[in-house]
Design a protein around this ligand. Structure first.
Ligand code: 13P
Ligand code: SF4
Length: 355
């Protein structure tokens, strides 16, 4: 279906990536495991972590009764928990979403500077201008956006629901103004009948997966199935046996009879994949390189800011690490977020059936 790329929007040329941890720093951080575990219990906090955080952070989640999830599940879990102190180990939009959905709870993050390149690609003034240029369009924002952007949207969606929402909105006969991921926008357009005005943003991790190199890896592993996150480029998505969110990739690997999988998403997902399927083999999909160096090496540099050291610091200094969202913005953003959660529940219960 028609995909119209939007031009004249401000996309940062350099995302000012944080420094990577050295192996020594990682080892020092891992050594804080018991201290972090004790503190979570002492503060009666709920730890919610994304699959892209370090294996140690994910293990901490498991051992303290917390939850690991994709962005949709993280949003739900925080809202449904009866704990008053929620620790979100992820990137800023995940903390903001948790706070918007649980305004009366204290939501903290190990590092409030954990950005997401997609979020940084969506400038609020450009969005307001695009809305004026496309007054008839339904504004659909990916969850990987700021609270301010969400407040301007009709719908929020995560990767696990994006195609379904595209199909659903097609029945309403209106075009979609989609922000900010160009590849997910194109994936929705290719898998539904909607007309999409698509923002040119990108995830620096997934955008780097490379189709030519992938074809070589496929030749080396002819029986492996290729599982791809939809933030990857179309040429990579076209080579996939399955496309889905992080949780969906995990669920597919568990139930599929294949024994080998090539995975095109952030590499920390291998922790859960290997735990869930100890007898299966998981291979990293190759990423493009610049002057011999990969840009992110399939590792999100902002997710890496979620160290145990930072988590301990956050639990000991709750005020300094609390997520705040302006009340008016939060109120406006709640509407499309609630729509997404209801849409997801209606799909699950069969109240909404799509062709
Ligand atoms: P999921 O919703 O699949 O967890 O994706 C979040 C994300 O940031 C992907 O890069
Ligand atoms: Fe954002 Fe990409 Fe990192 Fe996910 S992996 S948080 S989309 S930069």
């Amino acid at each position: 279906m028609p995909l119209h790329m939007i031009e004249n929007v401000t996309i940062p040329s350099d995302f000012n990536l944080p420094n990577r941890l050295t192996l020594e720093q990682k080892a020092q951080d891992d050594a804080l495991f018991e201290q972090a575990k004790e503190l979570i219990k002492q503060k009666n906090a709920l730890l919610i972590a994304h699959y892209y955080t370090s294996p140690t952070m994910q293990r901490l989640c498991e051992e303290t009764g917390g939850s690991i999830g994709d962005s949709l599940e993280m949003a739900r879990i925080g809202r449904d928990s009866d704990k008053d102190l929620i620790v979100v180990a992820g990137v800023r939009f995940m903390g903001e979403t948790a706070k918007i959905l649980s305004p009366n709870k204290t939501v903290i993050m190990p590092n409030l500077k954990a950005e997401c390149s997609l979020d940084l690609c969506c400038n609020i003034d450009d969005l307001k201008k695009a809305k004026q240029d496309h007054p008839d369009a339904t504004v659909v924002a990916y969850a990987n956006t700021s609270a301010e952007v969400k407040a301007q949207a009709d719908w929020i969606v995560t990767s696990s629901l994006a195609v379904e929402l595209g199909k659903y909105l097609t029945t309403q006969g209106k075009p979609i103004l989609w922000v900010p991921d160009r590849h997910l926008g194109s994936y929705i357009a290719n898998n539904s009948n909607c007309d999409i005005y698509c923002w040119p943003g990108r995830c620096i991790v997934h955008d780097a997966f490379e189709a030519n190199a992938l074809s070589f890896v496929k030749k080396e592993h002819p029986h492996a199935k290729v599982l791809v996150h939809p933030e990857a480029p179309k040429a990579v998505v076209d080579m996939a046996d399955y496309v889905g969110s992080t949780s969906q990739i995990l669920a597919f690997a568990k139930k599929d009879p294949a024994n080998e999988f090539i995975i095109a998403t952030e590499r920390n997902i291998f922790y859960k994949l290997s735990l869930a399927c100890p007898d299966k083999k998981f291979i990293e999909a190759p990423v493009a390189s610049t002057k011999g160096h990969c840009i992110s090496c399939a590792n999100c540099p902002w997710m890496e800011l979620n160290t145990l050291k930072a988590l301990i610091e956050a639990l000991n200094n709750v005020d300094e690490h609390s997520v705040h969202v302006d009340e008016t913005i939060a109120k406006a953003a709640t509407v499309p977020l609630d729509r997404m959660l209801k849409f997801s529940a209606d799909l699950k219960s069969g109240k909404i059936v799509l062709e």
